[in-house]
Design a protein around this ligand. Structure first.
Ligand SMILES: NC(=O)c1ccc[n+]([C@@H]2O[C@H](COP(=O)([O-])OP(=O)(O)OC[C@H]3O[C@@H](n4cnc5c(N)ncnc54)[C@H](O)[C@@H]3O)[C@@H](O)[C@H]2O)c1
Length: 256
């Protein structure tokens, strides 16, 4: 129960990786506010946590809207009593070449992934600084943040922005005892993962570059998040943990 007595917000916690993060933190003892644009799915995750005997609540939020983000942070810290952990997981993906990406698609992907993560960091860090007892922020980026791919212009750019935002925040918030890190999943088996992957050919070509030879399970990602919000990682900040089976480590080129 490493996280006993700590209060967390997990965005995009209604399904996929975010749901597993919310459950993982609750299993480690945290109380969790599950925030999602889909209130029904957020409530389902909160119900599962409550069935474990932990405190959980669901909050409806579109993270790209600053008024809704302020409301999320206020509602969570009021109901939970404090805000110690923020996990910025909510995100969306598209596959389109730069030439084919529309203004609407660009605004949507950057608006949710980069601006949304920025807004949540900004509002939560104000609360954490005012509380004066430190805190933890973990941003879910992607191996696409530092590995370019065809038809990934908007998505890769949004995730690269999150990686740099993480480092800036680590500089700004370190003096307040707030650690800020990223977790970069590779191909992860969620509803969105295979959809974004579009087809089996993409999946196969991705997995051919994964040293461990399989896609991630959402819990693989959630466990890295748990480490980054636990006392064991107290001296880690501004860092990125790749949970991608070796995809980012190098190219599996074999010398003839
Ligand atoms: N699945 C993968 O292969 C993979 C790989 C690398 C990184 N990621 C990243 O992990 C995170 C989670 O991915 P996933 O596969 O679980 O996705 P998912 O689509 O299954 O879940 C995303 C959740 O975020 C919520 N959401 C979407 N837009 C929102 C908004 N504007 N405000 C609040 N909530 C919103 C959705 O309702 C959903 O519950 C994303 O940031 C994604 O980019 C996923």
């Amino acid at each position: 129960m490493q996280l006993e007595g700590l209060n967390a917000v997990v965005t995009g916690g209604g399904r996929g990786i975010g749901r597993e993060i919310a459950l993982e933190l609750a299993e480690a003892g945290a109380s969790v506010a599950v925030a999602d644009i889909n209130l029904t799915s957020a409530q389902q995750t909160a119900n599962t946590i409550q069935e474990m005997g932990r405190f959980a609540m669901a909050i409806a939020v579109d993270i790209s809207d600053s008024a809704q983000v302020k409301n999320m942070v206020n509602a969570a810290s009021e109901a939970l009593g404090s805000l110690d952990i923020l996990v910025n997981n909510a995100g969306i993906g598209i596959s389109a070449s730069v030439m084919e990406t529309t203004d609407e698609e660009l605004d949507h992907v950057l608006g949710v992934n980069l601006k949304g993560t920025f807004l949540c960091c900004r509002e939560a860090s104000k609360t954490m600084v005012a509380q004066g007892k430190g805190g933890r922020i973990v941003n879910i980026a992607s191996s696409a943040g530092d590995n370019a791919r065809v038809e990934g212009g908007a998505y890769c750019a949004s995730k690269a922005g999150i990686l740099q935002l993480t480092r800036v925040l680590a500089m700004e918030l370190g003096p307040h005892g707030i650690n800020v890190n990223s977790v970069s999943p590779g191909l992860t088996d969620t509803i969105a993962g295979p959809n974004v992957s579009a087809n089996q050919a993409y999946r196969n070509s991705f997995l051919a570059q994964v040293s461990l030879g399989r896609a991630a399970h959402p819990r693989d990602v959630a466990r890295a998040v748990r480490f980054l919000v636990s006392p064991e990682s107290g001296y880690v900040t501004g860092e990125t943990i790749h949970v991608d089976g070796g995809y980012s480590a190098g190219k599996p080129t074999v010398r003839a």
